[in-house]
Design a protein around this ligand. Structure first.
Ligand code: NAP
Length: 291
């Protein structure tokens, strides 16, 4: 299976990633099966965040704890994955990227994940009240201490990403925007252009729009279904293929909790949309032909 390099780093991963947002609802045994299935399907980028679990009985840190339990039972899995977590959302404030907060947050994440480092530490959302220079100081220190191998951002505008980058000692290797056939902002807000400018990799979150592609019926959905017929494929795999068809080589991060759906999603990496089909999905979203 094709591998995609993450930024200019030596890390490379399969073309589809697996996200653990909904992991707090799983037992360690169930989560173990999902992670093994994802890895077997070449989904070697495993994405989580410290906040995942908030609102569930497990609370803040719940999803990382479940993944940590998997890694405790099966430590050999750690070396098979590129592990990415996120910090910087505080349940109350609600965003905190201050030095002290982040340095404590990464230690707590590592403890829950039962690992001594993450491959990518991402700032989950920009904290407008903290200077980028201060956030960068924390990220630089994490990298120096070996707690984070690389740095990423999520839900940052291009300007915010550049402002943070200006104070970092290392290159930001990933940016994580919402991206799906039903949420196409990264095509036009500069995110994917910035990725190509700097060789950073975009990790598209909720590539099936969090399940909305199954509950909505609009021109985008009709277009996905029409293209699916041509490719003898499914609506969901055409939606995933759409996110992978941009020249920036976006990695969609899927979030299904069903192993059979993880296996089926892997087929999307082999669906090659024509440029016309890609633009059909863009035009259906725009509601008007390309200018
Ligand atoms: N950076 C951020 O701010 C941010 C925000 C959100 C998410 N994320 C990341 O993105 C990952 C994926 O997010 P997501 O879970 O929203 O992704 P998604 O893959 O777009 O949506 C998953 C949802 O779609 C449903 N689904 C999948 N296949 C289906 C099918 N064939 N029929 C009906 N329903 C189906 C799943 O239900 P089942 O489980 O029942 O299959 C699940 O509820 C997260 O785990 C996280 O790592 C990041």
């Amino acid at each position: 299976m094709t591998k995609i390099s993450l930024g200019k780093s030596s890390l490379s991963v399969g073309p589809i990633g697996y996200g653990c947002w909904r992991f707090a609802q799983s037992t360690a045994k169930e989560a173990d099966l999902k992670i093994r299935t994802a890895l077997d399907c070449g989904m070697t980028l495993i994405d989580t965040a410290d906040i995942y679990g908030l609102g569930e009985p497990t609370g803040f840190g719940g999803a990382e704890t479940v993944l940590g339990d998997v890694l405790k039972t099966s430590p050999n899995l750690r070396g098979q994955m590129v592990l990415a977590t996120k910090g910087g959302i505080d349940a109350v404030r609600p965003y905190d990227s201050s030095y002290d907060y982040l340095m404590t947050a990464i230690d707590n994440s590592l403890m829950r994940l039962r690992t001594d480092h993450v491959d990518i530490y991402q700032i989950h959302r920009p904290d407008l009240t903290t200077a980028m220079a201060e956030t960068a100081r924390a990220l630089n220190d994490m990298v120096k201490m070996g707690k984070a191998k690389h740095i990423g951002v999520s839900n940052f505008t291009v300007a915010q990403t550049r402002a943070l980058q200006a104070h970092l000692d290392t290159q930001i290797i990933t940016t994580q925007p919402e991206f799906s056939a039903l949420h196409q902002d990264p095509l036009t807000d500069g995110t994917l252009d910035w990725c190509q400018e700097t060789s950073a990799t975009a990790l598209g979150w909720s590539p099936l729009a969090g399940g909305r592609i199954f509950s909505e019926n609009n021109d985008v959905i009709k277009t996905l279904d029409r293209i699916a017929k041509t490719h003898n494929s499914t609506r969901s795999n055409i939606a995933l293929a759409f996110t992978m068809s941009h020249g920036a080589d976006v990695i969609p991060i899927i979030g299904t909790q069903k192993t059979e759906r993880i296996i089926d999603s892997a087929k999307a990496a082999h669906v090659l949309l024509t440029a016309r089909e890609f633009y059909d999905i863009v035009e259906a979203y725009r509601g008007t032909p390309m200018p």
